[in-house]
Design a protein around this ligand. Structure first.
Ligand code: DX5
Ligand code: ZN
Length: 224
């Protein structure tokens, strides 16, 4: 089954609780929270206080995508605020194994994200420890960017690794996901679709955005 993870980066921040409640009613499986520090990525977004504010609003898992330097310093704060899933980036974590253990020892799910330019083999020695691999399909920093099609073979490569190892690991894609690119990503092997613009800026509203993504990504006549 495909999971839809609305990224609140494109939600109406003045009505964030309502936006998340609507996403939950429309059948979203998790809420994706993009954390940016103005160093690892050029943009600044939100911190643990947002997780804390949303925790009572939804029973869905809250997923923090940490696009920040020194994520190990902030993991406990995000978990204490109510985060269920913590995703760090391979590119700026020298002690990746330790950070994954830090997350799992707290009983939370651990994920690692790969930028479009980062090869899959850099995860070789930690792959079996991961609950999630997130393939970035844009360069991180902003919502509303265009899907990078050259990431598609990498999605398949990650799916093959998960299958070959018989691993219990989600494969998420994040960036420029809409009805068309979501379908391509699922066809390549993704099982979790992160989307901000396609959901929170959908002309028919949040529920319509989620339903459309799900319908298209689960369509039988998949065209790549
Ligand atoms: C990008 C973030 C994404 C972003 C997705 O750095 O990690 O989660 O919010 O936005 P859209 O779906 O608009 O590309
Ligand atoms: Zn994200």
């Amino acid at each position: 089954m495909i999971e839809i993870a609305p990224s609140i980066l494109s939600a109406d921040f003045a009505r964030l609780g309502d936006a998340v409640a609507q996403a939950e009613s429309a059948g979203a499986e998790r809420i994706h929270i993009d954390v940016m520090d103005g160093h690892f990525v050029p943009n600044i977004s939100m911190g643990p206080v947002v997780v804390q504010a949303l925790r009572p609003v939804t029973s869905l898992p809250l997923e923090a995508h940490l696009m920040i330097d020194n994520p190990d310093r902030y993991i406990d704060a995000f978990i204490d605020a109510g985060t269920d899933i913590v995703i760090v980036h391979q590119e700026n974590v020298p002690h990746l194994h330790r950070v994954i253990q830090q997350i799992r020892e707290k009983g939370k799910q651990a994920g690692v994200a790969l930028n479009p330019g980062t090869p899959v083999h850099l995860l070789d020695s930690v792959f079996a420890e991961l609950d999630i691999v997130l393939a970035m399909t844009v360069n991180p920093g902003f919502s509303g960017q265009k899907f990078i099609p050259s990431v598609i073979p990498k999605i398949t490569e990650i799916r093959n690794r998960i299958s070959a190892g018989n691993l219990d690991c989600d494969l998420e894609v994040d960036g420029g996901i809409n009805d068309e690119t979501g379908r391509k990503a699922v066809s390549a092997g993704a099982n979790v679709l992160v989307a901000a613009t396609a959901i929170f800026k959908h002309s028919g509203g949040i529920a319509a955005g989620i339903q459309s993504l799900r319908r298209q990504s689960e369509a039988k006549d998949i065209l790549v």
